[in-house]
Design a protein around this ligand. Structure first.
Ligand code: TXA
Ligand code: MG
Length: 320
């Protein structure tokens, strides 16, 4: 099927209350008509996602966001102008009749305009904002290819649109404007530095804080194989006999002896590393290793989102 035909078909499925997995620039989403509570309920069911965890509404035009909220503070406007379409989600005070199931009954709503031609066309053709979480079972890594979605949810969704690998590879950055000061709820595809250049300092949800984006729960984005972040070459001996994989940030020392090595970016580029992160962890996770050692990356730019996902995957952030 040609893309345009497949998208039209997908839009019909959404209009009729079905659920469709679709590519965005960050990760694949599992979408339903944001105004259809039954369709959205099926998304929660298929993902096995707790109903207290709200969804992002995806729009195809910034002007569509205005209809969903009480107002857009000027700092939020600036970010929208600069980063939409793109990997930025804004949380604003909700207005209008978006069903409570989408927002988990919160007075706020999370909105983003994705930067992917298939996603944008799908939203336009469906003639509704599309409510979509990442298209993975709850608590597992987000999918960055159509194949990832097929492996885990293939028989439970009505259609999977294949747009190839997601170019950004980590989820959107979430900034909330529901309080006096803008607050970063989840680091993601737009860096904190870029955001602060435009609106100045933002508050940061410290990892120990009570999660206000439930995706911030620890041990989220977790593979089955344990991931260890704080390892040292010297301690490798104590793991003798165990099958260990390495998730390397850049080209590793060839003398290191691992059962398998995945390199995120040979030249140590954080954008490239983010784009390969989830697929690399999935490949390691498929090898039935005893452990995965992960190298840390510098916490600047996209490195902040990468380290956030690695900490959650490794579960070293204490549960709250
Ligand atoms: O890049 C992305 O954001 C991807 C693509 C598909 O758009 N979506 C995504 O959705 O990552 P999900 O559901 O996996 O993560 C959305 C996060 C969750 O942690 C949720 O708790 C938070 O957004 N969220 C949604 N609505 C919220 C609200 N009103 N207030 C605070 N957090 C909210
Ligand atoms: Mg998710």
């Amino acid at each position: 099927m040609k893309d345009a035909t497949a998208i039209r078909h997908a839009a019909k499925i959404i209009e009729r209350g079905g659920i469709v997995a679709f590519p965005t620039e960050t990760v694949y989403g599992l979408g339903a008509d944001g105004y259809n509570p039954l369709a959205v309920a099926r998304v929660f069911e298929v993902k096995r996602r707790p109903s207290f965890d709200p969804l992002i509404l995806h729009v195809a035009d910034p002007s569509d966001a205005g209809k969903l909220v009480k107002g857009i503070p000027s700092d939020a406007k600036k970010l929208i102008e600069r980063f939409w379409p793109g990997p930025l989600t804004v949380v604003l005070l909700k207005e209008g009749n978006v069903p409570d199931i989408v927002t988990a009954g919160l007075p706020t709503i999370a909105i983003r305009m994705p930067n992917h031609p298939m996603a944008l066309l799908l939203i336009k053709e469906s003639k509704c904002p599309i409510a979509a979480p990442s298209a993975n079972p709850f608590g597992y890594l987000s999918p960055t290819t159509a194949g990832h979605v097929r492996e885990q949810l293939g028989d439970q969704v009505d259609l999977i649109l294949d747009g190839g690998p997601c170019p950004v590879g980590v989820e959107s950055t979430i900034v909330s404007f529901s309080e006096d000061k803008p607050r970063l709820l989840r680091p993601g595809g737009v860096s904190l530095e870029e955001i602060e250049t435009i609106i100045g300092k933002v508050e940061i949800n410290s990892i120990q804080d009570k999660p206000s984006a439930p995706g911030m729960l620890s041990r989220h984005y977790a593979p089955r194989t344990p991931i260890v972040l704080d390892w040292r070459e010297e301690s490798l001996d104590s793991y003798k006999g165990r099958r260990i994989g390495l998730l390397a940030f850049r080209e590793p020392d060839p003398s290191l002896n691992f059962n398998h090595i995945e390199v995120l970016s040979k030249k140590g580029d954080l954008r490239e590393a983010a784009a390969s992160l989830f697929a690399a962890i999935r490949r390691l996770d498929a090898l039935s290793l005893d452990l995965i050692f992960a190298e840390t990356v510098p916490e600047i730019g996209l490195g902040r989102a990468i380290m956030d996902r690695l900490r959650r995957a490794s579960g070293i952030i204490s549960r709250s």
